[in-house]
Design a protein around this ligand. Structure first.
Ligand SMILES: [Fe+2]
Length: 312
């Protein structure tokens, strides 16, 4: 569905709503939208760690972000670096550092799970799969459910969990069957034409493969985008999806497919705290939602890496 026809649906809904509220006013004379404009921040891939001045960088980013006129923060995942291949005490230490640093934001934060937020996935961590905090339980304990929805000023925000831990103790980009069923049920409750914004850590749609220096064949499983994107797109068909915000690849990228904007929001950590990643600097994104469209700004915040390894 094109963005034009999505706008048409919302306009019709808005006019209908207004005409029931304002007696005697013709629907044709009403404004095309009733949506209240607002802004939020999409902040992703902070990869907090004690090394490489990452604490200092993250604090700088969050302090700058706290000054932005935005209603809330959507965190795109990979909060820390890393929980997948370290001991539980190290993972807890990173989480404590992150929690402390997040206070700088001074805004409500909605969290998206990233692969690096899952504890003990790789066997070299020494973690038992029976550990109560194994995998996503570590994230759940810290931040809550890995997929959920909330509404803000008439927009339905859907936070998805794109990380599936594989039986061989690795991960792949996949929305699991239980979540797909949940999404299907949730979408049935969304009124026709109501705007939707989605957050996913691993991109659903990306052009990354065409310019990245990592070949997808380097990974045992599909790790750079989600395997079952088409399944999700089929569920979203007919809905008014304004944008899908994505993390994971640390690039600033926008791809439009079937009228949906897939926006990859760079990374607070840039090239994992080593400068530019494929030309994208350390930064965060401000998202303005108005008239059923999104407009984004990517802001760097003045961090200088202590160990430059820029890539372009
Ligand atoms: Fe990341």
């Amino acid at each position: 569905m094109s963005s034009l026809s999505r706008r048409g649906i919302l306009s019709a809904g808005g006019a209908l709503l207004s005409s029931t509220l304002i007696k005697g006013v013709s629907a044709q004379t009403l404004s095309v939208t009733t949506q209240e404009p607002f802004s939020f921040l999409f902040i992703t891939d902070t990869h907090l760690q004690p090394e490489l001045d990452a604490m200092k960088g993250c604090k700088m980013a969050f302090r700058a972000a706290s000054q932005e006129k935005a209603d809330f923060v959507l965190q795109g995942g990979d909060h820390i670096y890393d929980a997948m291949e370290v001991s539980l005490p190290r993972a807890h230490k990173l989480l404590d550092l992150y929690d402390m640093t997040e206070q700088e934001l001074g805004k409500k934060v909605y969290h998206t799970v990233g692969n690096h937020d899952c504890f003990g996935v790789y066997a070299k961590s020494g973690a038992s799969t029976q550990n109560a905090e194994f995998g996503k339980n570590f994230f759940r304990k810290a931040f809550g459910e890995t997929y959920y929805a909330f509404e803000h000023k008439g927009v339905h925000f859907i936070v998805l969990d794109s990380v599936t831990i594989t039986p061989d103790r690795d991960y792949e980009g996949r929305f699991d069957a239980r979540q797909v069923n949940w999404l299907k049920s949730y979408l049935q409750t969304v009124p026709a034409g109501a705007p939707i914004i989605i957050s996913t850590h691993i991109p659903m749609v990306t052009a990354f493969y065409t310019y990245a220096d990592e070949s997808p064949s380097l990974f045992k499983h599909q790790a750079l985008s989600t395997v079952n994107t088409r399944e999700i797109l089929a569920l979203l068909a007919g809905h008014s999806v304004l944008a899908v915000f994505q993390g994971h690849t640390h690039v600033l990228e926008q791809v439009e497919h079937n009228g949906i904007q897939f926006i990859t929001g760079g990374a607070v950590s840039g090239n994992w705290w080593h400068g530019l990643h494929l030309g994208t600097p350390e930064g965060y994104m401000i998202v303005h939602v108005e008239n059923n469209t999104v407009r984004t700004e990517y802001k760097t915040y003045g961090f200088h890496t202590v160990s430059p390894e820029n890539t372009y």
